[in-house]
Design a protein around this ligand. Structure first.
Ligand code: FAD
Length: 309
């Protein structure tokens, strides 16, 4: 039986593996359906991880993590987990190939992914002017104009964040009303650097080999071309929580209305022995440094849990 099963091999899962094995746990397995590294491996550049001064691609950035995190005995199971369940004190890790492994404790670190808008040009310019993270990429557009697409809390908050860095933010939303907190809507409306364009839809994201150079929108039956090098798309976020779904449709532990796992400051969930870390937990800042911190915290909590078990 495993002392600890970690589901997901992004920054949270890898850091959890490092802290658990270096902390003395012998029988720890990391279940990752692809190559370890997580979402950031799809990014062309990361420059906000403390201690890494040069700008590197997400792939290059995560390479040494694997080497370091597996050095202390963490086992990598290249497998997709379909469900985690619990009988008595023991967890079952059920895999897509039908195999099942038992574990005394579990850290779920399966992350999530921003939803795509389906706009023409979105995939072609993904990471080359199309972004889903203002904290990650906003600085690349310092003193430039950008478009923000979306009308929820995240879109409006990110538009405000970008207005501090960029010369102008065009906020494009298909309805006249926003689905955000009234105070956030008020701040957006007061912000002189944000131009609200509603009701409007983005028709095309265009550019060349250097990246995005324009965004075409349709508003009130008319087309308008915005010459911008970047567009930030906030049309929703999917939390990868399916492993927590039980056969009867219930969730193994408490989740909020968006499916994010409820944890306390020690990354403990509502179920004894089950921890969650990284982008799938409530109020996650969705940054590598935060996911890594969560993973370390969760592993330290597991060490105390197993000690008292
Ligand atoms: P993830 O990185 O999502 O890792 C989860 C892992 O779990 C994945 O590898 C997945 O394959 C695996 N998994 C999921 N389900 C299963 C299953 N059922 N069975 C087995 N394995 C499973 N952050 C920054 O700090 N700076 C940046 O500049 C930055 N840029 C970004 C650019 C892009 C394009 C994207 C998409 C994100 C960016 N981020 C950035 C955000 C950052 O990547 C995430 O916050 C971070 O990766 C979250 O880590 P995580 O470990 O929680 O989850």
């Amino acid at each position: 039986m495993l002392d600890l099963a970690i589901i997901g091999g992004g920054p949270a899962g890898l850091s959890a593996g490092l802290y658990a094995t270096r902390g003395g746990l012998k029988n720890v397995a990391l279940f990752e359906m692809g190559m370890p590294g997580g979402q950031i491996t799809g990014s062309s550049e990361i420059e906000n991880y403390p201690g890494v001064a040069q700008v590197v691609s997400g792939m290059d950035f995560m390479q040494p993590w694997q080497e370091q995190c597996f050095r202390f005995g963490l086992k990598h199971e290249m497998a997709e987990v379909v469900r985690v369940s619990k009988q008595g004190d023991i967890f079952q890790i059920i895999q897509a190939d039908g195999k099942s492994v038992e574990a005394k404790s579990v850290i779920v670190a399966t992350g999530g992914k921003p939803k795509k808008s389906g706009v023409k040009g979105e995939l072609e310019f993904w990471g080359k002017g199309v972004s889903t993270c203002a904290t990650c990429d906003g600085f690349f557009y310092k003193n430039k104009e950008v478009v923000v697409l979306g009308g929820g809390d995240t879109a409006l908050e990110e538009a405000i964040y970008l207005s501090r860095i960029c010369s102008k933010v065009y906020l494009v939303h298909r309805r006249n009303e926003f689905r955000a907190a009234p105070s956030t809507i008020a701040h957006v409306k007061e912000n002189e650097k944000i131009e609200i364009i509603t009701p409007a839809v983005v028709k095309e994201i265009g550019g060349d080999s250097m990246g995005v150079s324009f965004v075409t929108i349709e508003t009130n039956g008319e087309e308008r071309r915005l010459d911008v090098p970047g567009i930030f798309i906030f049309v929703g976020y999917e939390v990868n929580n399916s492993v927590l779904k039980q056969e009867d449709g219930s969730m193994l532990c408490e989740c909020d209305e968006w499916g994010s796992v409820v944890v306390d400051l020690s990354m403990k969930t509502s179920l004894k022995g089950l921890y969650a870390a990284g982008d799938l937990r409530i109020q996650a800042p969705k940054q590598v440094v935060c996911a890594a911190g969560d993973g370390a915290t969760a592993a330290l909590s597991v060490l105390s849990y197993l000690e008292g078990h």
